[in-house]
Design a protein around this ligand. Structure first.
Ligand code: ZN
Length: 313
Protein backbone atom coordinates (compact mmCIF):
# COMPACT_ATOMS: atom_id res chain seq x y z
CA UNK A 1 0.00 0.00 0.00
CA UNK A 2 1.43 3.40 -0.98
CA UNK A 3 1.76 6.05 1.66
CA UNK A 4 -0.88 8.08 -0.21
CA UNK A 5 -3.39 5.21 -0.12
CA UNK A 6 -2.55 4.69 3.52
CA UNK A 7 -3.21 8.34 4.18
CA UNK A 8 -6.53 8.24 2.32
CA UNK A 9 -7.40 5.07 4.18
CA UNK A 10 -6.61 6.70 7.49
CA UNK A 11 -8.68 9.75 6.54
CA UNK A 12 -11.61 7.50 5.67
CA UNK A 13 -11.32 5.70 9.00
CA UNK A 14 -11.15 9.03 10.82
CA UNK A 15 -14.25 10.23 8.98
CA UNK A 16 -16.07 6.99 9.75
CA UNK A 17 -15.12 7.29 13.41
CA UNK A 18 -16.29 10.91 13.47
CA UNK A 19 -19.61 9.92 11.91
CA UNK A 20 -20.05 7.10 14.40
CA UNK A 21 -19.24 9.50 17.21
CA UNK A 22 -21.72 12.04 15.84
CA UNK A 23 -24.41 9.39 15.65
CA UNK A 24 -24.01 8.24 19.22
CA UNK A 25 -22.59 11.15 21.17
CA UNK A 26 -24.32 14.51 21.00
CA UNK A 27 -22.04 17.29 22.11
CA UNK A 28 -22.57 20.87 23.15
CA UNK A 29 -25.91 22.07 21.84
CA UNK A 30 -27.31 18.52 21.47
CA UNK A 31 -26.81 17.62 25.14
CA UNK A 32 -29.89 18.87 26.98
CA UNK A 33 -29.33 20.87 30.12
CA UNK A 34 -30.64 19.36 33.35
CA UNK A 35 -32.20 22.05 35.54
CA UNK A 36 -31.85 21.41 39.30
CA UNK A 37 -34.50 24.05 40.09
CA UNK A 38 -37.00 22.25 37.87
CA UNK A 39 -36.19 18.99 39.66
CA UNK A 40 -36.81 20.67 43.02
CA UNK A 41 -40.18 21.91 41.69
CA UNK A 42 -40.98 18.29 40.83
CA UNK A 43 -40.08 17.25 44.40
CA UNK A 44 -42.56 19.89 45.65
CA UNK A 45 -45.19 18.73 43.15
CA UNK A 46 -44.97 15.18 44.55
CA UNK A 47 -45.16 16.39 48.16
CA UNK A 48 -48.21 18.51 47.26
CA UNK A 49 -49.95 15.18 46.56
CA UNK A 50 -49.39 14.20 50.22
CA UNK A 51 -47.68 11.05 51.52
CA UNK A 52 -47.41 8.33 48.80
CA UNK A 53 -47.53 5.20 50.93
CA UNK A 54 -49.38 2.10 49.65
CA UNK A 55 -53.12 2.67 49.28
CA UNK A 56 -52.90 6.44 49.83
CA UNK A 57 -54.59 8.96 47.48
CA UNK A 58 -51.12 10.45 47.01
CA UNK A 59 -49.61 7.36 45.39
CA UNK A 60 -52.61 6.97 43.08
CA UNK A 61 -52.19 10.60 41.98
CA UNK A 62 -48.43 10.19 41.50
CA UNK A 63 -48.92 7.16 39.25
CA UNK A 64 -51.25 9.27 37.12
CA UNK A 65 -48.76 12.15 37.10
CA UNK A 66 -45.88 9.93 35.91
CA UNK A 67 -48.05 8.54 33.11
CA UNK A 68 -49.35 11.98 32.12
CA UNK A 69 -45.83 13.39 31.90
CA UNK A 70 -44.65 10.41 29.85
CA UNK A 71 -47.61 10.74 27.49
CA UNK A 72 -47.06 14.48 27.10
CA UNK A 73 -43.41 13.76 26.20
CA UNK A 74 -44.47 11.14 23.65
CA UNK A 75 -42.91 8.27 25.62
CA UNK A 76 -44.48 4.92 26.40
CA UNK A 77 -45.51 4.17 29.98
CA UNK A 78 -46.54 0.71 31.13
CA UNK A 79 -48.05 -0.27 34.50
CA UNK A 80 -46.96 -3.62 35.88
CA UNK A 81 -49.20 -4.74 38.73
CA UNK A 82 -48.28 -7.31 41.37
CA UNK A 83 -49.50 -8.36 44.78
CA UNK A 84 -47.50 -8.91 47.93
CA UNK A 85 -47.98 -9.29 51.64
CA UNK A 86 -48.01 -5.85 53.29
CA UNK A 87 -45.09 -6.09 55.73
CA UNK A 88 -46.27 -3.33 58.07
CA UNK A 89 -50.06 -3.61 57.98
CA UNK A 90 -50.54 -7.28 57.14
CA UNK A 91 -52.87 -8.63 54.46
CA UNK A 92 -52.39 -8.47 50.72
CA UNK A 93 -51.40 -5.22 49.09
CA UNK A 94 -51.40 -4.30 45.42
CA UNK A 95 -48.32 -2.70 43.95
CA UNK A 96 -47.64 -1.22 40.52
CA UNK A 97 -44.20 -0.81 39.01
CA UNK A 98 -44.11 1.63 36.11
CA UNK A 99 -41.76 1.49 33.13
CA UNK A 100 -41.29 4.56 30.92
CA UNK A 101 -39.24 3.93 27.77
CA UNK A 102 -37.47 6.30 25.39
CA UNK A 103 -35.10 6.11 22.42
CA UNK A 104 -34.75 3.29 19.90
CA UNK A 105 -36.56 0.04 20.84
CA UNK A 106 -34.72 -3.13 21.82
CA UNK A 107 -30.96 -3.49 21.87
CA UNK A 108 -28.62 -2.51 24.68
CA UNK A 109 -30.45 -0.28 27.13
CA UNK A 110 -29.70 2.01 30.03
CA UNK A 111 -31.94 1.44 33.03
CA UNK A 112 -32.52 4.24 35.53
CA UNK A 113 -34.57 3.49 38.63
CA UNK A 114 -36.11 5.08 41.72
CA UNK A 115 -38.80 4.06 44.20
CA UNK A 116 -41.90 6.25 44.06
CA UNK A 117 -43.64 4.97 47.21
CA UNK A 118 -42.98 6.64 50.55
CA UNK A 119 -42.70 5.12 54.01
CA UNK A 120 -46.06 4.70 55.80
CA UNK A 121 -44.50 5.45 59.21
CA UNK A 122 -42.01 8.04 60.48
CA UNK A 123 -40.51 5.40 62.75
CA UNK A 124 -37.17 7.24 63.10
CA UNK A 125 -38.77 10.52 64.19
CA UNK A 126 -37.21 12.04 67.33
CA UNK A 127 -40.75 12.67 68.65
CA UNK A 128 -42.33 9.32 69.65
CA UNK A 129 -45.81 10.85 69.29
CA UNK A 130 -45.27 11.32 65.54
CA UNK A 131 -43.78 7.93 64.66
CA UNK A 132 -47.08 6.48 63.42
CA UNK A 133 -47.50 9.29 60.87
CA UNK A 134 -46.57 8.69 57.20
CA UNK A 135 -43.51 10.57 55.94
CA UNK A 136 -43.74 13.12 53.13
CA UNK A 137 -40.68 11.60 51.47
CA UNK A 138 -39.32 14.66 49.67
CA UNK A 139 -35.85 13.14 49.62
CA UNK A 140 -36.65 9.47 50.36
CA UNK A 141 -38.65 8.65 47.25
CA UNK A 142 -39.31 12.15 45.90
CA UNK A 143 -35.76 13.11 44.90
CA UNK A 144 -34.99 10.15 42.63
CA UNK A 145 -38.44 10.36 41.05
CA UNK A 146 -38.01 14.11 40.44
CA UNK A 147 -34.75 13.50 38.56
CA UNK A 148 -36.45 10.86 36.40
CA UNK A 149 -39.50 13.09 35.78
CA UNK A 150 -37.32 15.95 34.57
CA UNK A 151 -35.46 13.46 32.39
CA UNK A 152 -38.82 12.51 30.84
CA UNK A 153 -39.24 16.17 29.88
CA UNK A 154 -35.73 16.32 28.39
CA UNK A 155 -36.10 13.04 26.48
CA UNK A 156 -39.43 14.23 25.09
CA UNK A 157 -37.69 17.24 23.54
CA UNK A 158 -34.40 15.49 22.62
CA UNK A 159 -34.71 11.76 21.94
CA UNK A 160 -31.74 9.84 23.39
CA UNK A 161 -29.38 7.98 21.01
CA UNK A 162 -29.78 4.73 23.00
CA UNK A 163 -32.75 2.88 24.47
CA UNK A 164 -33.52 4.13 27.98
CA UNK A 165 -35.96 2.59 30.46
CA UNK A 166 -37.03 4.44 33.59
CA UNK A 167 -38.08 1.99 36.30
CA UNK A 168 -40.41 3.43 38.93
CA UNK A 169 -40.52 0.92 41.80
CA UNK A 170 -43.44 0.52 44.18
CA UNK A 171 -43.33 -0.91 47.73
CA UNK A 172 -39.67 -0.22 48.47
CA UNK A 173 -40.25 1.37 51.81
CA UNK A 174 -42.93 -0.61 53.69
CA UNK A 175 -40.46 -3.02 55.27
CA UNK A 176 -39.98 -4.12 58.86
CA UNK A 177 -36.59 -2.73 59.98
CA UNK A 178 -35.37 -6.04 61.42
CA UNK A 179 -36.17 -7.93 58.20
CA UNK A 180 -34.35 -6.67 55.08
CA UNK A 181 -36.36 -9.09 52.93
CA UNK A 182 -39.54 -7.11 53.55
CA UNK A 183 -38.23 -4.04 51.67
CA UNK A 184 -37.88 -3.56 47.91
CA UNK A 185 -40.92 -5.64 46.94
CA UNK A 186 -41.49 -3.87 43.62
CA UNK A 187 -37.91 -4.23 42.43
CA UNK A 188 -37.87 -7.89 43.48
CA UNK A 189 -40.93 -8.47 41.35
CA UNK A 190 -39.52 -6.60 38.35
CA UNK A 191 -36.13 -8.34 38.59
CA UNK A 192 -37.96 -11.70 38.51
CA UNK A 193 -40.28 -10.88 35.61
CA UNK A 194 -38.58 -8.37 33.29
CA UNK A 195 -37.87 -10.97 30.59
CA UNK A 196 -41.38 -12.46 30.65
CA UNK A 197 -43.60 -12.36 27.59
CA UNK A 198 -45.42 -9.04 27.37
CA UNK A 199 -42.98 -7.16 29.63
CA UNK A 200 -41.96 -3.76 28.22
CA UNK A 201 -38.36 -4.71 29.05
CA UNK A 202 -38.35 -8.12 27.36
CA UNK A 203 -37.13 -6.90 23.96
CA UNK A 204 -33.87 -5.39 25.18
CA UNK A 205 -30.72 -6.16 27.13
CA UNK A 206 -29.76 -4.02 30.12
CA UNK A 207 -26.36 -2.35 29.86
CA UNK A 208 -26.79 -1.65 33.58
CA UNK A 209 -29.03 -0.02 36.17
CA UNK A 210 -28.39 3.28 37.91
CA UNK A 211 -30.57 3.56 41.01
CA UNK A 212 -31.32 6.97 42.53
CA UNK A 213 -32.34 7.09 46.19
CA UNK A 214 -32.07 10.06 48.56
CA UNK A 215 -30.17 12.18 46.03
CA UNK A 216 -31.75 15.54 46.94
CA UNK A 217 -30.47 16.33 50.44
CA UNK A 218 -28.38 19.40 51.16
CA UNK A 219 -24.58 18.90 51.25
CA UNK A 220 -24.95 15.82 49.09
CA UNK A 221 -22.24 13.19 49.53
CA UNK A 222 -22.46 9.96 47.54
CA UNK A 223 -19.75 7.36 48.16
CA UNK A 224 -19.61 4.05 46.28
CA UNK A 225 -22.32 1.91 47.85
CA UNK A 226 -20.70 -1.32 48.94
CA UNK A 227 -22.96 -3.97 47.33
CA UNK A 228 -22.65 -2.10 44.02
CA UNK A 229 -18.88 -1.96 44.27
CA UNK A 230 -18.54 -5.62 45.29
CA UNK A 231 -20.91 -7.11 42.70
CA UNK A 232 -20.72 -4.65 39.79
CA UNK A 233 -17.27 -3.06 40.19
CA UNK A 234 -16.73 -2.11 36.53
CA UNK A 235 -20.17 -0.49 36.18
CA UNK A 236 -19.88 1.32 39.51
CA UNK A 237 -16.41 2.65 38.70
CA UNK A 238 -17.52 3.72 35.21
CA UNK A 239 -20.44 5.75 36.60
CA UNK A 240 -18.23 7.41 39.24
CA UNK A 241 -15.53 8.09 36.61
CA UNK A 242 -18.17 9.90 34.53
CA UNK A 243 -19.14 11.99 37.57
CA UNK A 244 -15.47 12.87 38.11
CA UNK A 245 -15.03 13.80 34.44
CA UNK A 246 -18.00 16.16 34.80
CA UNK A 247 -16.48 17.70 37.94
CA UNK A 248 -19.43 16.70 40.15
CA UNK A 249 -18.15 17.07 43.69
CA UNK A 250 -20.99 15.23 45.45
CA UNK A 251 -19.61 11.94 44.13
CA UNK A 252 -16.84 10.42 46.22
CA UNK A 253 -15.12 7.40 44.62
CA UNK A 254 -14.46 5.71 47.96
CA UNK A 255 -16.33 2.73 49.41
CA UNK A 256 -19.33 3.67 51.55
CA UNK A 257 -21.88 1.60 53.44
CA UNK A 258 -23.71 -1.49 52.19
CA UNK A 259 -27.38 -0.61 51.79
CA UNK A 260 -30.34 -2.88 51.11
CA UNK A 261 -32.11 -1.17 48.23
CA UNK A 262 -33.79 -1.72 44.85
CA UNK A 263 -30.50 -2.51 43.09
CA UNK A 264 -29.98 -5.78 45.03
CA UNK A 265 -32.56 -7.94 43.21
CA UNK A 266 -30.87 -6.96 39.91
CA UNK A 267 -27.35 -7.64 41.20
CA UNK A 268 -28.61 -11.04 42.34
CA UNK A 269 -29.68 -11.70 38.74
CA UNK A 270 -26.26 -10.71 37.42
CA UNK A 271 -27.34 -7.30 36.04
CA UNK A 272 -24.79 -4.54 36.71
CA UNK A 273 -26.39 -2.06 39.11
CA UNK A 274 -25.11 0.91 41.07
CA UNK A 275 -26.98 2.57 43.92
CA UNK A 276 -26.42 6.33 44.07
CA UNK A 277 -27.47 7.15 47.63
CA UNK A 278 -26.56 9.56 50.41
CA UNK A 279 -27.59 7.59 53.47
CA UNK A 280 -26.40 10.26 55.93
CA UNK A 281 -29.65 12.20 55.76
CA UNK A 282 -30.68 13.58 59.15
CA UNK A 283 -34.42 13.60 58.34
CA UNK A 284 -34.46 9.95 57.14
CA UNK A 285 -37.80 8.28 58.02
CA UNK A 286 -38.95 11.33 60.00
CA UNK A 287 -41.70 13.89 59.40
CA UNK A 288 -38.85 16.31 58.62
CA UNK A 289 -38.25 14.76 55.17
CA UNK A 290 -39.79 17.79 53.40
CA UNK A 291 -38.79 19.86 50.34
CA UNK A 292 -37.01 22.30 52.70
CA UNK A 293 -34.50 19.49 53.42
CA UNK A 294 -33.71 19.25 49.69
CA UNK A 295 -31.55 21.34 47.40
CA UNK A 296 -31.66 22.20 43.71
CA UNK A 297 -27.85 22.08 43.60
CA UNK A 298 -27.81 18.45 44.79
CA UNK A 299 -30.54 17.39 42.36
CA UNK A 300 -28.69 19.27 39.61
CA UNK A 301 -25.47 17.32 40.14
CA UNK A 302 -27.23 13.95 40.00
CA UNK A 303 -29.31 15.12 37.06
CA UNK A 304 -26.26 16.22 35.10
CA UNK A 305 -24.66 12.82 35.63
CA UNK A 306 -27.67 10.81 34.46
CA UNK A 307 -28.28 13.18 31.52
CA UNK A 308 -24.70 12.59 30.42
CA UNK A 309 -25.13 8.81 30.77
CA UNK A 310 -28.33 8.98 28.71
CA UNK A 311 -26.97 11.11 25.85
CA UNK A 312 -23.37 9.89 25.72
CA UNK A 313 -23.58 6.08 26.05
ZN1 ZN B 1 -36.75 5.00 53.04
Amino acid sequence: MSSRTKKRCRLFLLAAAALAAAATAPRGADLPEFDGERALDLVRAQCDLGPRDPGSPGIVALRDLIEQMARRAGLSAVRLPFTAEDPLRGGQVEGWNLVVSAGPPGGQRLWLGAHYDTRPVADMDPDPARRAEPILGANDGGSGVAVLLHLIELMGRTPPPQGVDLLFFDLEDSGRPSEPGTYCLGSRHLARTWEDFGSPLAGGTPRGLVLLDMVGGRDLHIPMERYSLARAPAWTRAVFARAAALGLEAFDPRPGRAIVDDHLPFLERGIPAVNLIDFDFAAWHTVGDTPEACSAASLGQVGRLVTDLVYRP
